[in-house]
Design a protein around this ligand. Structure first.
Ligand SMILES: Cc1cc2nc3c(=O)[nH]c(=O)nc-3n(C[C@H](O)[C@H](O)[C@H](O)COP(=O)(O)OP(=O)(O)OC[C@H]3O[C@@H](n4cnc5c(N)ncnc54)[C@H](O)[C@@H]3O)c2cc1C
Length: 475
């Protein structure tokens, strides 16, 4: 039996990993040159608890079950996960009333450990919170992670268990005959299939239409962010939410797993054709800073090192579209709006079980669920670093000064599949720090060119079609 998964975001990646637990030929198609470059690369990275979601929805169900799976999945895949907990901060008596509603909603969704705490208690744990805090909802099961790292790790692990990965290969058609999916047509060929899973993120509506399901329409909802340098690292320990609006969870202040602070996102609905509108705007950034300073007045914009935007794939009815469809063999994990990252491990596990049952796939005799990450010299004790250098001196040559990434780490990322600057950045954090690549881009390009036996002109941030170097100024 052959199962094709469309889209190597966090959802498709984890699903491919789950499907590789069964006796089947699993193919993962991604039109980009690497894994995790869609919605997965630009979001808040929060493992939500599930109190924001309407009871009875797929969002609520998979968020709570995904949250419970996260620590185990991240442990198996060696991906950063920090259980920070979160406060929803009420700054007035009127906002205080919303906390009770959120807690009741969370309890209906079976979110563990929710508690309303007094303003003083919040300030004792988070001294930089607005001193006007009246009370907060404390959610101990909230955490933070690195979403793209999870997608990369899941694909690596799936490949070790038999996945056939097709990068830079776009699905351009899906052939259906007598109500059943038959063939996945790509930019490179035709693949007879027994099942197809649509995990195409923002473009899942276009993929659904290929299978004749035209009713799914996804609206891009832009979220703009500001990232603060590690110098702001001590500002907050937990994820801080404002009281939510009916449309969004609001503008947050949260730590990142590598020690920075993230502010945002906004929530702006764009026309459905604007699925590439990743630019930030002056208005958006001003709204992010104002919202963040309302929660944490000491937020210092001078520490900003990057502004960026992500697009949420907003489905009709604001709920995930997950499971089988009227076309037999065609499944969806679509409309994966927030909390789609949190839900991903649970959606993946549930869908894989459904598909395996429908196709009568037996479990594989043996599967290795463990994947080890690239050693991070920044996190090693001096004697561990020395031992690594003794094995491979390239671990002693620091290329990215801001995030302390060595040539050894970059070479290992290339060995694992990085072919572009972004591929290195998302695997090692080189270029992600204070200088945003100003000092290390050139050296990374040289290592990439050397290891791949090519020239820097052939390597781009996201592939050879957008090179960073156009030629030599001297022969
Ligand atoms: C601003 C913002 C904040 C968010 N914050 C959070 C949060 O804190 N916590 C949380 O749980 N969730 C959050 N989310 C939601 C979360 O990011 C998404 O649910 C999740 O990343 C979706 O992953 P995905 O795999 O479905 O989509 P994607 O990552 O977009 O993956 C889909 C892939 O399909 C590929 N593709 C598309 N069309 C084709 C085709 N025809 N052929 C081949 N490949 C194709 C794309 O290139 C892409 O790589 C947020 C989202 C945004 C935008």
């Amino acid at each position: 039996m052959r199962v094709a998964v469309i889209g190597a975001g966090v959802v498709g990646a984890l699903l491919a990993r789950e499907l590789c637990r069964y006796e089947a030929e699993v193919l993962l198609f991604e039109r980009e040159a690497d894994v995790g470059w869609g919605v997965t690369k630009a979001n808040s990275g929060i493992v939500h608890a599930g109190f924001h979601d309407r009871p009875g929805t797929a969002c609520a169900r998979f968020c709570v079950s995904g949250n419970a799976l996260f620590p185990e999945v991240c442990r198996e895949l060696d991906v950063p996960f920090r259980p920070t907990g979160a406060y929803v901060v009420a700054l007035s008596f009127r906002e205080r009333a919303v906390l009770d509603e959120l807690r009741a909603q969370g309890e209906e969704n079976r979110v563990p450990g929710l508690a309303i705490v007094a303003g003083d208690e919040v300030l004792s744990r988070e001294p930089n919170v607005n001193p006007e805090v009246a009370a907060a909802l404390w959610a101990p099961t909230v955490g933070i992670t690195e979403p793209w790292a999870l997608a990369i790790a899941a694909v690596e692990n799936a490949c070790a268990n038999g996945l056939e990965l097709h990068l830079a290969e776009e699905i351009v058609g899906i052939e259906v005959a007598r109500g059943r999916v038959r063939t996945a047509v790509t930019s490179r060929g035709r693949y007879p299939v027994d099942a197809v899973v649509n995990a195409a993120g923002l473009f899942a509506d276009q993929v659904a239409a290929m299978a004749g399901l035209a009713e799914l329409r996804l609206v891009p909802r832009r979220g703009e962010y500001v990232l603060l340098d590690k110098a702001a690292g001590g500002l907050v320990r937990s994820v801080l939410f404002p009281v939510p609006s009916p449309r969004s969870k609001g503008i947050l202040v949260l730590p990142t797993v590598d020690g920075g602070v993230l502010l945002g996102p906004t929530a702006e609905d764009l026309p459905s054709a604007a699925k590439g509108a990743m630019e930030t705007t002056a208005g958006g950034i001003a709204a992010v800073l104002a919202g963040a300073r309302r929660l944490v007045p000491r937020v210092d914009p001078a520490l900003a090192i990057k502004a960026f935007a992500g697009l949420r794939p907003e489905p009709p009815g604001s709920d995930f579209v997950v499971g089988e469809t009227p076309v037999r063999g065609f499944y969806q994990a679509a409309g994966m709006r927030s909390p789609g990252l949190t839900a991903a491990p649970a959606v993946a596990r549930w869908l894989a079980v459904e598909i395996a049952a429908d196709l009568a796939l037996p479990p594989k005799g043996s599967v290795n669920p463990i994947r080890r990450g690239i050693p991070r010299t920044a996190d090693l004790a001096p004697e561990e670093w020395e031992a690594l250098i003794a094995r491979d001196p390239r671990y002693g040559r620091v290329v990215c000064q801001c995030n302390h990434v060595t040539e050894g780490e970059i070479v290992e990322a290339i060995r694992r599949g990085a072919r572009t600057l972004d591929g290195i950045k998302f695997r090692t954090r080189a270029g992600f720090g204070r200088c945003q690549g100003a000092f290390c881009t050139d050296r990374i390009l040289q290592v990439l060119a050397r290891e791949l036996g090519t020239r820097p002109e052939e390597i781009g941030a996201r592939g050879p079609s957008a090179p960073l170097v156009v030629g030599r100024v001297r022969p």
